[in-house]
Design a protein. Structure first.
Length: 334
C-alpha cells in the first residue's frame, strides 16, 4: 500500500471504531494565536434556487477559497487576512455546508461543480486565483480545466485529487481504509456513522487537526450540522470518492483532472505538511515531476486540516506566491 494510504488509514481507524492512531493522540501542536471568529460579514446569493453564503473583502482580481468536507469558509478565517491587499478575497460555503442552504437532496460532486460555476458567473469573476482544499481542490481543478481562460493560478493543499484518487479497488486501499469506505458507502452503515453519530464533525475533524480545537471553534464547526437531517451533504462526499470504477462519472472527472493537471501551464502552488494525510511529503515528488509550473512550500507539522494547524505559514506562503505571479504577469504584458 502506498505511503499516502498508509497515512490515510488513520481515517478508517476512527470511523470503524478502533482506537485513535498514535499520531492523532500524541502529535498535538500548541494552540496558535489565531482568531476564533471570522472577521468578515456574510453575504448571500441565490444560485439555481440554492442560497449560497460567502464572505468577501478587498478589491482587485479575485482570490477564491474553496473548502471541503466537513468544513466551510470558516476553515479559511485565519488565512484570508494574509491575502489582504493582494486582491478581492472570496470564501464561499458550498451548498449543504456552513451557512449555505441545505437542499432537499444532497448535491453530488457534479452538482457542486455546477453550482460553483454559476456562483463565479453570478459574481462576474475573471482572472481568478483558486485556493483549494480537500473536495474543494477537485471542484477548483475541474472548474479550471473547463474555464482555463478565467483562471490565472491554483494554490492547493491536502486535496481529493490524483494521484491518490481514483482508487482501483477497496482491497488496494488496505483493510482499514477499504473497510472504512465500504462502510461509508453502505446505505445503512454509512448513514449511521455520518448522519446518526456525526463522526466527521465529532471525531474526524478534531483528530486530524494537530492541535486542540477550542470549544468555540468546535461550536462553529458543529453549528451547521446540529440536526441529523442537516448532515446529508457530509454523507454524500465520502460516497462520491471514486473507488473500483464507481461512481463512474466521478472516476471520469478525476481522469480529466489528471490530464489537465499534467498538461496545463497555469502557475500552481502546493502547500504540504508533515506528516499530512492526503499529501504527505513523500507524494510531493509526484507533483513536482508531473506538473509544469509548480512551486511547493513545506509549512511545518500538520495533518489534514492544515489551515487550523499552520494558518500563518499558509498565509505568508500564499501572499508571497500571489505577489510573484502578479509580477510575472506584468512582465509578460510589457
Amino acid at each position: 500500500m502506498s505511503p499516502v494510504l498508509l497515512r490515510a488509514c488513520a481515517w478508517g481507524a476512527i470511523l470503524i471504531g478502533s482506537a485513535l492512531p498514535a499520531a492523532a493522540q500524541q502529535r498535538k501542536l500548541p494552540p496558535p494565536t489565531i482568531a476564533v471568529d471570522s472577521p468578515h460579514p456574510v453575504r448571500f446569493v441565490d444560485i439555481d434556487g440554492v442560497r449560497v453564503a460567502y464572505t468577501e473583502s478587498g478589491a482587485g482580481d479575485p482570490v477564491v477559497f474553496i473548502h471541503g468536507n466537513p468544513t466551510s469558509s470558516y476553515l479559511w478565517r485565519n488565512v484570508v487576512p494574509y491575502v489582504a491587499g493582494q486582491g478581492r478575497t472570496i470564501a464561499l460555503d458550498l451548498p449543504g455546508m456552513g451557512r449555505s442552504a441545505k437542499p432537499a437532496r444532497a448535491l453530488r460532486f457534479a452538482d457542486q461543480v455546477r453550482v460553483f460555476e454559476a456562483f463565479v458567473e453570478r459574481l462576474q469573476l475573471r482572472a481568478i486565483t483558486l485556493v483549494v482544499h480537500d473536495w474543494g481542490a477537485a471542484i477548483g481543478f475541474d472548474y479550471a480545466r473547463r474555464h482555463p481562460e478565467l483562471v490565472k493560478g491554483i494554490a492547493f493543499m491536502e486535496g481529493v485529487l490524483p494521484p491518490v484518487f481514483p482508487q482501483p479497488s477497496f482491497e488496494a486501499m488496505g483493510p482499514e481504509m477499504g473497510g472504512m469506505f465500504k462502510a461509508l458507502k453502505d446505505p445503512v452503515k454509512g448513514r449511521d456513522m455520518v448522519v446518526g453519530q456525526n463522526m466527521f464533525i465529532e471525531q474526524v475533524l478534531p483528530a486530524f487537526v494537530d492541535r486542540p480545537l477550542g470549544q468555540e471553534e468546535m461550536a462553529a464547526y458543529r453549528e451547521p450540522f446540529r440536526d441529523a437531517t442537516d448532515r446529508e451533504a457530509i454523507l454524500m462526499w465520502p460516497q462520491e470518492i471514486p473507488i473500483a470504477g464507481q461512481p463512474a462519472d466521478v472516476v471520469a472527472r478525476m481522469e480529466e483532472i489528471r490530464r489537465f493537471m499534467t498538461s496545463t501551464s497555469l502557475p500552481m502552488l502546493l502547500l504540504y505538511a508533515e506528516p499530512g494525510v492526503l499529501v504527505p511529503p513523500s507524494l510531493v515528488t509526484w507533483y513536482t515531476t508531473n506538473l509544469h509550473d509548480l512551486e511547493t512550500v513545506y509549512i511545518g507539522p500538520g495533518l489534514h486540516f492544515i489551515q487550523e494547524d499552520q494558518p500563518a505559514a499558509i498565509g505568508r506562503a500564499l501572499k508571497d506566491w500571489l505577489r510573484r505571479v502578479a509580477l510575472r504577469r506584468q512582465e509578460r504584458a510589457r
